[in-house]
Every structure is written in C-alpha cells, then in structure tokens.
Design a protein around this ligand. Structure first.
Ligand code: ATP
Ligand code: MG
Length: 336
C-alpha cells in the first residue's frame, strides 16, 4: 500500500499511476502484452496486476494499493472486495488527518493561553515579592501569612504555566538546550536542597548519595528541572514518615541517577503510559494527589534531548524507583 505523502508517483505510469490518474480501480489482465511500467521489460513471472485507489471525500487519491500476481486475472469478487476495503481505508486516513489537525489546534490554543497567562502572573509575583520584602511598610503576621499563601499559589500556577509551555515546545520539536559541562552529582545536592522545605512539610526524609563527580554535557537548568520533577513526585506520592533516596553514580561512560521512594507505587497497568503527556496513574487519583500529568513527559523529553533514557525500574516491595541514564562528557569518559 502506498500512501501518497508527497511521493512523486507518475500519474498514468503503471497500474498505480493509472489508478491515480483515473481515480478508480485498474486491472491489468495480461502483463505479457502490456508492460507493468512504461519502459520496463515485462517480468515473465507476472501475469496480472490490480491497483486500487483509496479516494477521499473531496475526490483526492489518498493511497493506492497495488498487487501483482503470477496467476491470470483477479476474480471479479476479489476486485470489488478490495475496492470497498480501499473506501474504508480512505475514510480512516481522513479521520486520522482530522484528528491530527484538532490536536495541532489544541496545542496552539494551550500555547497561546499559557503565554497570555504568564505576563500578568509575572507582574503579580513581582509585586508580591516587594510587599513581602517589607519595602512599602511593615506587615502584621496575619498579613504576611496571607501574602505567603498567595505567593505559594501563584508560584504553583507559574510552574504549571511553564510546564504547559514546555510541553507545547516538546510536542512541536522546539525544545532547545544550552549545553555546557554540568556535574550531575553537584546538581543532585542542589535539587535536594530545593525540595527540602516540601519534604519537611510532608515529613518525608531525603537522603542523597552522590560522592563522585559525574560530568555530562548538558543544559543545567533543564537537568535541574528533571531532578526536581522526580523528587517532587517522590515526595508527593510518599505518605508521612516515608523516605526518598537520590543517588548518582558514574561509570562505563554513563551517569546513572536513581530516585527511589517508599510511597504508593505505580500499578502495573499504568506503567507503560506513565511518560505520556497528561497521563496520571489510577493510584494518584485514588489517593486524591493533585497534578497535571506533565512532569514525567517533560523528564523524558529532557533525558532524551541529552541522548539519555528514563525508566521506571521494577521494585520489590512498596514504592517506586525512577532511573535516568545520561552519557558522560567525553573528558569524564576518558578518565574512567
Ligand atoms: N514517585 C512516584 N510514585 C508513585 N506514582 C508516581 C510517582 N511518580 C509519578 N507517578 C505517577 O505518574 C503520574 C505522572 O507523573 P507526572 O509527574 O507526569 O504527573 P503529576 O505529578 O501527576 O503532575 P505534574 O507533574 O504535572 O504536576 C502521576 O500522576 C502518578 O500517577
Ligand atoms: Mg509530577
């Protein structure tokens, strides 16, 4: 089956070319008398041919199925079955095209809205920062408490808007990375420090094991975002009193980052979809843990953008283990 995506099938040449030109099924009954392709010598093993176009609603040929046979003349019944099948294929191709267009419009809409939201949000967080800094005047403890709550929520909204924009960029292949030498071991410590208040609030203990440097050629901010997303998840999906462990090792030209937790885990049926955009496991909704389902899709794009991988490892007992592998920078590779 040839799908006509910019192929330059010559209209009128051979069975498929003729079917394209005539927009109807073409049968070559005796190829020994008519060559299957103009200018090509007839293959003595081929006796007959049939080409069936899949014609869309607007009369455009969307695909052509072309068969050659060593037997004489395809039966009439077969010709009409294949022709009606081609009609179904045309409908399918048109439906897929319409779905892709709807998806494109949705992505464009989300991207425009996110951009529009970011400007007023930046202004709000800016003024909040000034108010909390005490510059316009001293705050009562109650005022400070209220403003802190507003700040926490506007930061959260800002993060979500950022995630939506980034997800849009990833979807359209526009994720850009600013590469430099980055020590992932050092970055791991920084990421753990960033999420420490959240872990403390949820009574989850974090340990970091990142003794040796693990230098990769990467985008520092994006790699920090990857670690932050994994740690935020680990803390979020781990009940009070649980533990989160972040480890970084380097060897064999690769850097391996592992984030493990003693939390609610991921049910087997959700595992294959976890890195898809907006996918949330049933365990997350059952436990009423909020989120958009973008974090892991972003993690995967960042890991793959660095020629690395990310996966959910199998684990004995409760909890989850996420493993990221990245190639070490060439300098580091030689040292090992
Ligand atoms: N450490 C974890 N333990 C258990 N489930 C997890 C863990 N990390 C991710 N998941 C599951 O994978 C889903 C997708 O994760 P992802 O980070 O993409 O989304 P989210 O955390 O729900 O929302 P967002 O990151 O956009 O705020 C989660 O909803 C959850 O079901
Ligand atoms: Mg998340």
């Amino acid at each position: 089956l040839r799908q006509l995506c910019g192929t330059n099938l010559p209209a009128g040449g051979g069975p498929a070319g003729l079917a394209l030109q005539r927009r109807q099924t073409v049968v070559f009954r005796d190829l020994t008398r008519e060559p299957p392709r103009p200018g090509l010598p007839a293959d003595p093993r081929l006796r007959s041919a049939i080409a069936i176009p899949a014609v869309g609603g607007n009369g455009r040929v969307l695909a052509i199925a072309e068969f050659f046979s060593d037997r004489q003349l395809p039966e009439e019944g077969l010709v009409s079955t294949l022709t009606s099948l081609a009609g179904r294929i045309a409908q399918y191709i048109e439906r897929m095209g319409a779905e892709a267009e709807t998806q494109r419009m949705k992505d464009e809409f989300v991207s425009t809205v996110s951009h529009e939201l970011r400007t007023p949000l930046s202004s709000m967080t800016g003024w909040l920062h000034i108010l909390l800094g005490g510059e316009p005047g001293p705050l009562t403890s109650e005022q400070r408490q209220f403003l802190t709550t507003i700040k926490r929520n506007s930061d959260r909204l800002m993060r979500q808007v950022g995630d939506l924009l980034l997800a849009g960029q990833i979807e359209s292949g526009r994720l850009s990375l600013e590469l430099a030498e980055v020590d992932v071991a050092e970055l791991a410590q920084e990421a753990a420090d960033l999420v420490a208040p959240q872990a403390e609030a949820q009574k989850v203990a974090i340990t970091v094991a990142a003794g040796q440097p693990a230098v990769v050629n990467g985008d520092r901010a994006r790699l920090l975002q990857l670690l932050d997303n994994l740690l935020t998840n680990a803390i979020k999906f781990t009940p009070d009193g649980g533990q989160v462990r972040l480890s970084v090792t380097a060897g064999g030209g690769r850097c391996e980052v592992t984030v493990s937790d003693t939390g609610i885990g991921v049910p087997p049926q959700d595992r294959p979809h976890l890195f898809e955009r907006f996918y949330r496991a049933s365990s997350a909704t059952e436990h009423r843990i909020t989120g958009t389902g973008l974090g892991l899709a972003i993690c995967r794009a960042i890991a793959e953008g660095h020629h690395g991988t990310i996966r959910l490892a199998e684990r004995e007992g409760p909890g989850s283990v996420f493993v990221v592998e990245l190639p070490l920078a060439a300098r580091e590779e030689k040292a090992i």
